[in-house]
Design a protein around this ligand. Structure first.
Ligand code: URA
Length: 464
């Protein structure tokens, strides 16, 4: 087999065979196919689209490109169902810090392999590592041991887990080939399926702060993810959820953890209730798919109890300790950013809309993200939001507080923040539902069969 033949076939919309896809993926993982040919194939796939079967084969080949985690195998197999949640990225999305401990407190194993800040979105690992001492680079035996003792772990990808994705993802980032539903699907699911999950709940974001802002695109991606994961044998549902404003009252690193711990301690506010509600719904689906609760209402009830009785908080603190983190930070005045600046409403009126992607960039510019791979991030950078879409604010009423380490980071952040807001004199239309819809396999198949892109070339999906 020769890479150039495979590039030509995908360019000309001729489907690759499973052997050809395995050849490409093995060549990526071992770096025996040069980067220029891999990049050309990625662009061909981005422009021509891949068939559902090719996406399925690509996902499996990437999953199998390195080591895999087997929670139910080995000398000391774990017996509880292994269930994870994956969000497609947003602003202020700290659901993992609540959903994983709730699910673990209710009897599931949650081996959560997470990522770092990407584009305008924050990274679960970057946020978690703002806890002094906490390590996320666990080996697979250490992950197994952590699950055995606490039922959950939030860790980084190991060097040997899905090596093909590491190579292909870095190439996509440099060649404008990230925004392909088929490539996104294979990238996300290869990592999730390599973790040996019995079930998976996907939180696919849609709206101004999502990677796929358009509802139809997000719905198509959700359907693709559900159908591909189910064909690989993992029970999966996707919740299509709103990202037209930051989730909760904070976006950044440490402040998102502080907000999560406050919720785990049942300290609630009007601004954090949507976050709490979404976490309970995601956890309930995990419990239901994992077989811990016979129905969704029973699962929701179980998840609410785990939050209310403090058992989810206990699991979270146990996880932090197991991963080497100092839990005393949650009881002392740890948050001491060098620069604090409160933004005031520039006029009276209703907050009609927020460009949430732009707000994500503000958080990154304040120091929560990096400009070069491997750079350290500022644990204390971030924003506390004091208003939500639809709120009425008087002139000079506080709208948000910015945190940074260097005063020179503020002017650009302030200008970007103000430009991201839309004001109106009259009340805006009510915000849409937090959870637009839930897709199971039947719904996913229906969406994929209705997709107008099916008509494109027999067997192929164009990128929508
Ligand atoms: N997250 C991933 O892991 N891969 C993608 O392609 C997009 C988001």
């Amino acid at each position: 087999m020769h890479p150039i033949d495979l590039i030509r076939k995908t360019r000309d919309r001729q489907p690759l065979t499973p052997e050809e896809i395995r050849f490409l993926v093995a060549g990526a993982a071992s770096e025996t196919i040069p980067a220029d040919q891999l990049a050309a194939w990625l662009m061909a796939a981005r422009l021509s689209g891949l068939s559902l079967d090719e996406i399925h084969q690509l996902t499996l080949a990437m999953r199998d490109s390195g080591e895999r985690f087997h929670p139910h195998a080995g000398p000391q197999p774990l017996t509880a169902p292994a269930v994870d949640k994956h969000s497609t990225g947003g602003v202020g999305d700290k659901t993992s810090f609540l959903v994983a401990p709730i699910a673990a407190a209710c009897g599931l194993l949650v081996p959560m392999i997470s990522g770092r800040a990407l584009g305008h979105t924050g990274g679960t690992l970057d946020k978690l590592e703002s806890i002094p001492g906490l390590r996320t680079a666990l080996s697979l035996p250490q992950l197994h041991a952590a699950l055995r003792s606490t039922g959950l772990a939030i860790v980084s990808q190991t060097p040997t887990l899905v090596p093909a994705d590491r190579i292909l993802y870095a190439l996509r980032d440099r060649t404008a080939t990230v925004d392909s539903p088929g490539l996104i699907c294979a990238s996300i699911l290869s990592k999730k399926l390599a973790a040996g999950l019995d079930a998976l709940v996907l939180d696919v974001k849609t709206g101004s702060g999502a990677f796929l802002t358009d509802f139809a695109q997000a719905r198509y991606l959700a359907a693709l993810l559900v159908s591909t994961a189910e064909s690989a044998g993992t029970r999966t549902v996707a919740l299509l959820t709103d990202m037209n404003q930051p989730l909760g009252s904070a976006a950044g690193n440490w402040i998102e953890l502080a907000e999560s711990v406050a919720l785990l301690r049942n300290q609630r506010s009007r601004l954090t209730d949507p976050l709490r509600d979404l976490c309970l719904q995601l956890a309930a689906w995990m419990l239901h798919l994992g077989g811990v609760a016979p129905s969704l209402p029973a699962a929701l009830d179980r998840a609410e109890r785990a939050l209310a009785d403090g058992s989810a908080l206990d699991r979270f603190l146990a996880m932090v300790r197991t991963q080497g983190g100092d839990t005393t930070v949650f009881d002392r005045d740890f948050h001491q950013p060098a620069v604090t600046h409160t933004l005031l409403a520039p006029r009276s009126g209703y907050l009609a809309a927020q460009d949430t992607t732009a707000l994500g960039w503000v958080v990154q510019r304040l120091g929560a993200g990096r400009t070069q791979p491997g750079e350290p991030v500022d644990p204390h950078a971030g924003i506390h939001f004091h208003a939500r879409n639809g709120d009425f604010l008087a002139l000079d009423q506080p709208i948000a507080t910015l945190y940074a380490s260097h005063p020179e980071q503020l002017p650009e952040a302030i200008a970007l923040f103000h430009a991201a807001l839309t004001w109106s004199d009259t009340p805006p239309a009510p915000t849409g539902p937090l959870v637009h819809s839930v897709l199971d396999l039947a719904a996913a198949r229906q969406i994929l069969s209705e997709s107008p892109t099916q008509a494109h070339t027999p067997g192929h999906h164009a990128v929508i």
